[in-house]
Design a protein around this ligand. Structure first.
Ligand SMILES: Nc1ncnc2c1ncn2[C@@H]1O[C@H](COP(=O)(O)OP(=O)(O)OP(=O)(O)O)[C@@H](O)[C@H]1O
Ligand SMILES: [Mg+2]
Length: 485
């Protein structure tokens, strides 16, 4: 018994997996961490030069303080300082030594007498950005009792002022500054990261979650039109992805509907086919009995009747093959094309008295290599279409002619089926060979040309409309010698 596919096919079970739970958190957290890291990198790029700047300003301020205090003391003490005043001056400038170089002469103003090795000489007037950076970074890790010498032009009295200082003061100031900057950077990073994160979450992550959940729901129930994604109308890349998704889902749903329709049709055909075979079996039985009747007319028609019924039984079997969407491969042999055409004429009931004149311009001995049954079906479909087209015209003035002709060449045989019908409507010509799409007749299924084309292709041949207009149609089939797909 034939069985169609369709509604009885079991739906594939889809595993219940939530694809998005892990991912949604993953992307948000990644975004947050990346934003913090990038802002920290930017802060470090700012931090290094700002440390150098801080060091230069700190040193310059101490030189200025020392210069200002020195002027005061120098004025009062008239160039000679008491020990007490010198100590106070050194304390103010956080220095061990204060000296001036005026008009080429060095003048030691105050010194604590603590003489250790000077580890660095800093010429503030000629400090480059690079030397300031390396020096500032180096100072952080120097021993705190090491001494350095710093000098620069004075602000007011001309010449240069010079200090010898212990590392600990500037070191403490630099560390404090670094800690403040670090804290501030962290604060800015977290704040900026939170803002960036929120913006990205709303702009990207949320829509992605929405799209993903919709895909998940739609994949479980693709027939449900309510689950087709509603684009938000955004004009950016996410908006484009949304409209593509909607288009894809609409298209997929249409295809699924078509497939379901075909599956249902397959099932219906299989059921009809099943019962038809039983009826044909009875017809076979009755017609077998007819052959035993002596009536000459019965004797003439009975074998034809039996052959026609046998053919119908074969068709019902081939429906099972069509249900599998594949025709059986052709069983080839050399056959006389003229006798196949004659079978077609008989099957169409065309004879001398018919409205439609039949003509077969085929050499009696012309042979083609093919499956007799399949070649018959190809010609039958073409001739039946031509026959129906001319019959439906109801034009008595026109001569209705159905002509099958064949020409052989070195490559193969060209078979033409010509009619004087109304021509194939233009709008169905591009889809003429697509199943179920081209029929214009009530009761037509739109399968005839599809079947014909499929069978011709199985023989390695081609089928084309050679001409079609208001005067009629010519189909050309080309069957190569020994052609095979
Ligand atoms: N010789 C022809 N002249 C005019 N129209 C034709 C001709 N051959 C085919 N057609 C048009 O092409 C359509 C498709 O033909 P096809 O044989 O595929 O399907 P059908 O004849 O409608 O149905 P069935 O599946 O029963 O054959 C026909 O409905 C008809 O409109
Ligand atoms: Mg047809």
């Amino acid at each position: 018994m034939a069985q169609g596919g369709g509604t009885e096919q079991k739906k594939e079970q889809q595993p219940e997996v939530n694809h998005f739970d892990g991912v949604k958190r993953g992307l948000s957290v990644k975004l947050l961490l990346l934003t913090i890291i990038f802002i920290m990198i930017a802060e470090i790029l700012i931090f290094v030069p700002s440390m150098a700047n801080f060091r230069n300003t700190w040193l310059r301020t101490h030189l200025d303080n020392a210069e200002a205090a020195s002027i005061v003391y120098l004025d009062i003490a008239n160039e000679r300082l008491s020990d007490d005043a010198a100590m106070k001056l050194l304390e103010t400038a956080q220095a061990n030594t204060i000296a001036f170089r005026l008009e080429g002469r060095s003048q030691l103003l105050a010194t604590s007498g603590t003489l250790t090795e000077i580890v660095e000489h800093i010429d503030l007037a000629n400090a480059t950005p690079f030397s300031s950076i390396t020096s500032a970074m180096g100072m952080l890790y120097m021993p705190s009792d090491a001494q350095y010498r710093v000098f620069d032009a004075t602000r007011s009295i001309g010449g240069e002022i010079e200090l010898v200082q212990e590392m600990k003061y500037i070191q403490a100031a630099l560390w404090k500054y670094a800690r403040n900057i670090l804290f501030l950077s962290l604060l800015i990073s977290v704040f900026a990261a939170a803002l960036v994160y929120l913006a990205l979450y709303r702009l990207i992550v949320l829509p992605i979650i929405r799209i993903s959940s919709n895909m998940d729901a739609f994949s479980k129930e693709p027939e449900n039109a309510a689950l087709i994604y509603q684009p938000s109308g955004r004009g950016d890349e996410i908006g484009v992805a949304e409209s593509r998704l909607t288009f894809l889902q609409t298209d997929l749903r249409k295809t699924l509907k078509q497939k379901q329709h075909l599956a249902d049709l397959g099932l219906a055909v299989a059921k009809i086919n099943h019962d038809l075979r039983n009826i044909l079996a009875s017809a076979q039985l009755f017609s077998d009995r007819l052959t035993s009747l002596p009536d000459p007319t019965v004797q003439r028609f009975a074998p034809k009747l039996i052959r026609t019924i046998d053919r119908a039984v074969d068709y019902t079997k081939s429906v099972i093959d069509y249900g599998k969407a594949v025709e059986a491969p052709p069983e080839r042999r050399n056959l006389l094309l003229r006798s196949v055409a004659e079978d077609v004429r008989e099957a169409l009931g065309l004879d001398q008295g018919s409205e439609i004149r039949w003509q077969a311009n085929i050499d009696d001995m012309l042979e083609i290599n093919g499956d007799p049954e399949q070649v018959f079906r190809v010609l039958m479909n073409l001739c039946r279409n031509a026959h129906q087209a001319m019959r439906d015209m109801h034009d008595e003035d026109r001569e209705h002619l159905l002509c099958v002709s064949a020409e052989q060449s070195d490559e193969g045989t060209a078979i033409r089926v010509k009619d004087t019908g109304p021509g194939i409507p233009e709008h169905i010509q591009p889809k003429l060979f697509n199943a179920f799409q081209a029929s214009t007749k009530a009761g037509g299924t739109g399968l005839g040309m599809t079947i014909a084309a499929e069978l011709v292709r199985a023989h390695g041949g081609t089928i084309d409309i050679e001409k079609t207009d208001a005067d009629g149609t010519i189909f050309k089939i080309f069957m190569p010698h020994n052609g095979a797909e």
